[in-house]
Every structure is written in C-alpha cells, then in structure tokens.
Design a protein around this ligand. Structure first.
Ligand SMILES: [Zn+2]
Length: 466
C-alpha cells in the first residue's frame, strides 16, 4: 500500500486542551456531589468523534464496560495485530480557585490552556501527561495516516480505558474480549504498548543522556493487614502483651528486616544499556559492578529510593488502627502494609516472608489485595527493536533503555496472554514533570506531542515497510 507523505495536522495541543476540559475524573464518576463528571464521561466519545473524524469513519468502535473504548483498524491481515493503549480518565485535582492556588497549581487544572512553560509552548492541566497527552499522540498518528491514505498491513487495535485510576475494569473487560477474538483466529498481539516509561533526560544521576525508558515489566503488589488481638479492658490495670505493643513489635521486626536486594532480568538489561552512557566515578565503576548480578543488586540496594526499589520487594507501613477511647484498652490493633513485589517473587512468597519476620502466632496476617509481578517482556528481538527504531525517528539522540515499572498500568490485564507487553509513552518528562503526575502543575510541551505523534506513526508504518 503506497503511503503519501504525511504533514501532521496542526492543533494537537488545542485538541488535548479540549479533552483536559472534560473532567473525566474516575474517582468522582459516581460521587453525587460532583456535578458534571458523569456528563463529562458521557460526552467523551462524542468529543473524540468530532476531533478525529477520519479515524471514526475508518475504524470500528465499540464501547465496553460503560467507559472503555475499543477501536479496530482493519489491516491487510488480522493476524499478529498491534495493540496501542491509553486511558482517558484522570486523578482528581482542585476545582475551586482557592484550592488550586493553595495546592500550587498556577492555573485551573481543568482549563487545558495552551501557554509557554519553561520558555516553550505547552499544554497545562490534569492529564496532560497521564494519560490524555499520550492518548492524543495515538489518535493524531492514526488520523494523520488516514489523511495520507494509509492502510496498515496488520490490524491495529486501540484500547482506551476510562477507569484506569480506579482499578481498570474497562481494560480487563477489553482484554477478555480481545483474547477470545484473537484466539478464534489462532493469534495473539504482536506487541501491546501502554503508558509507563517516558523520554527522560538524565534518568539516573550518573547518566548524562536522554533515555527512552521502555518498561519491560511492572512490579506486583500485596496489601496485607496485620492484626494483634488481646483481652481489652480498663486502662487502669493493663495486662502484659496487649494488642498495641504486640503490633508495634511486629511492625518493628518487619521494618528491621527489609527484603534483600535481588537482581531481575529487566533491571540487569537496564544496567547493561546504561553502561556506555554512565559518566564520572560511577561510570568507571559500572562495568565492574554489572559483571555480577548480586554485586549490582547490592549496589543499587544501597542507593535507596527508586534505585533500591528496582531490585527489592519494598514494604511500606501505610495505616494503623486501634482503640476507641483514651481510657479503654483495645481488643485489637491493626496495620496495613503495602508491598511492591519484584519479578521473581510472588504474593505468596511475600506472605510467607512477612509471617516469618513477625514470628508471633497472636498476630494474624490477611491479604487484602494481591497481584503478582508481570512477566518480563524481552529486551532483544524485533519488537524492542521496532520500538527503538520509532524512538530513533521521533526522538533522535534518545537511547532506548529497558526499565522496570514501579506502578501498575492497564496493560497488566494483557500480560497473562500476551508475551510482548511494553510500557512507554513517547513524551518527554523531566523529574519535575514526573512528580506532577498525580501531583500539581502537570504539563506537556507541544514539541513532545508532535514527537509522540511521530513515534506512533513510525511504529504503525514500520511493519508495513518490512
Ligand atoms: Zn496513567
């Protein structure tokens, strides 16, 4: 299929601004005191249709689970399709001026204004990066390719969840649907791409380069409740071993024995990619350190913070609950632990390890929610190379680097049946911008939107040239 050269349609920033003005805050979707939110969700598909008319003329659209959208772009073959994911819902942001000024937003988070940020044209607002900006880059690429008369060689499916921030049931339902359909054809996605990593300048202090951090895997999660029980009674004659000190002792034991650092394939692949980019003393040490997985794991573990979280299951003590009055001994005391699990360990492993650390039969342990870590998608082979080539076209100079995602994405519903799931949004995010996700002053540069569109266009057309 001949492809006409594409001149991207101007106005991507304005279209993103319009989507930001739709308050698709999933945490508020059914809250009775949040006027207009349910209406914003209802209006979302119609606004997409007006902004992307060719896409809606050529692709088949289905609504799944209420707010999930599934588009099929028929290619020459339905086998080994490309699956591009994003989500249209956002986390809350302040709505009144007092609140948003107080919280550090320079402007209304739902205004979606086009303005200069750090001296360059940008779009500001909740969702500019997470994940309406990434959503727009996919939509723009498809619209522009259709303008040029392009038909993909394999089907392209677009998967847009509307509840990623509150559990991702849309993506789960779409995953089930797609699995059945592709299974009946005897095929699975060639590649699934969702949010996750980004184009990051200086991803680690000793790396003086811009890297495209491509997520091969995401950590699992186990939320556990520890409960200590006792007799309760009057606080004037306390017995030994009452629930609060017993629970405190258990928490201290957990705190004192962190999970040991252990290398995983994804972090090892990341370090291997960073060796040629590292500078200074760390740059000289890195080739030696990375010769042994155990040594490298210990070195990262000693750095603390995010570096340490790449090689160990982390345990955060997040909630405490005990007592009803100042002068009454409680009969129970409980705490919640939020554990993030590295590849190579399971929810069950974490349960047994925590039980061993607590070592007290009078402290019970209950699993509130558990999700094993994802499998690790390969960093070699044609899929990662295709992602790297699309990065090379759209972000010249950025080095593709494999990466372990700390958070969960909608793509976790696909990795049980798809072998090639990657997590990368082709948008530049410096450290302050990464902190703005779920925080304040979220913005994306217009340059990023243009390069992101280019990335998706390059990825979609790459297989047709082969
Ligand atoms: Zn997101």
């Amino acid at each position: 299929m001949p492809v006409s050269p594409v001149t991207p349609r101007p106005g991507a920033g304005a279209r993103l601004g319009e989507l930001i003005r739709l308050r698709t805050v999933s945490a508020w979707h059914s809250a009775p005191d949040r006027a207009g939110v349910a209406e914003a969700f209802a209006a979302f598909p119609g606004v997409l249709e007006r902004l992307y008319p060719l896409l809606h003329r050529h692709l088949e659209r289905e609504t799944v689970n209420g707010t999930g959208l599934l588009f099929r772009w028929r290619g020459t073959s339905p086998l080994e399709p490309l699956v591009l994911m994003a989500h249209g819902d956002v986390v809350p942001a302040p709505e009144s001026e007092d609140e948003w000024v107080g919280a550090g937003w320079g402007t209304d988070p739902f205004a979606g204004t086009e303005e200069d940020v750090a001296g360059a044209p940008a779009v500001r607002g909740r969702g500019a990066l997470d994940d309406k900006g990434a959503l727009v880059t996919v939509l723009e690429a498809v619209e522009n390719l259709l303008t040029g008369g392009f038909t993909p060689s394999q089907d392209v499916w677009l998967v847009f969840g509307g509840d990623e921030e509150v559990g991702g049931r849309d993506a789960a339902a779409i995953s089930d649907l797609l699995r059945e359909r592709l299974r009946s054809l005897g095929t699975e996605p060639w590649l699934v791409l969702d949010e996750g990593g980004a184009v990051v300048p200086t991803p680690l202090s000793f790396v003086d380069a811009t890297c495209a951090m491509i997520g091969l895997a995401e950590k699992g999660q186990a939320q556990l409740r520890l409960t200590a029980s006792g007799a309760g009674g009057h606080a004037s004659s306390p017995p030994a071993g009452s629930p609060i000190p017993r629970l405190a002792r258990a928490l201290r034991r957990v705190e004192r024995r962190p999970f040991p650092p252990r290398m995983n394939g994804t972090t090892a692949a990341m370090l291997a990619a960073l060796v040629p980019l590292a500078s200074g003393a760390a740059g000289r040490a890195l080739p030696w350190v990375t010769r042994s997985g155990a040594v490298a794991a210990r070195a990262l573990g000693a750095l603390g913070g995010e570096a340490s979280a790449m090689v160990r299951t982390t345990v955060a003590q997040t909630r405490l609950r005990a007592g009803t009055a100042d002068n009454v001994l409680p009969s129970t005391a409980s705490a919640v632990l939020d554990c993030r699990i590295t590849p190579g360990q399971s929810v069950q492993d974490v349960l047994s390890e925590i039980t061993r650390r607590v070592a007290d039969p009078q402290v019970s342990l209950e699993l509130i929610h558990g999700q094993d870590p994802s499998p690790e998608s390969p960093a070699d082979g044609e899929r990662f190379a295709a992602l790297g080539a699309a990065v090379g076209t759209s972000w010249p100079g950025a080095v593709p680097v494999p990466y372990l995602l700390m958070a969960a994405t909608d793509s976790r519903h696909f990795h049980s049946w798809c072998r090639h799931v990657y997590r990368f949004a082709p948008l530049r995010m410096d450290q302050a911008q990464r902190a703005s996700i779920h925080g304040e002053n979220e913005w994306v540069s217009q340059d990023s939107l243009a390069r992101g569109e280019h990335f998706h266009r390059a990825l979609i057309t790459s297989r047709s040239r082969a």
